[in-house]
Design a protein around this ligand. Sequence first.
Ligand code: FES
Length: 156
Amino acid sequence: MQTKSFDAETARRVIADFAGTPGALLPMLHAMQDAFGHIPEPAEPMIAEALNISRAEVHGVVTFYHDFRREPAGRHVIKLCQAEACQATGCEALAARAEQKLGVAMGETSADGRVTLEPVYCLGLCSVSPAAMIDGRIVARLDKGKLDALLAEASR
Ligand code: FES
């Protein structure tokens, strides 16, 4: 997972890539997250100015979508589906187990910076739920054993 400290020049370059593009806010935010590993707070007013919208609008979009991070992620990101089908097959107990083992709540990063634990709402794998994702790799039929293996993999 790439994380990079904010620098205005990189942010300006990202913004310039979308100059004149209709509906540029979401793609610009995704590109910003690709560049920095999260949406740095100083980038929000720069985006607002470039798109001639309010900073509150930019901030509202950043905080509305779960995919946008406001802080850098850990080296590994484990996403546990918490949507309906996965709830029916035990995702809540698995999430509690992951939180307990990592010592973090959902949405947080372990103190050593290795693992970020995030909820996700349907990975399109409802028929093989509970579902999870580690660093973009899908895991189906998650159980305690698979979860423990994921946590061990992410802690290396
Ligand atoms: S509800 Fe979890 S994959 Fe669809």
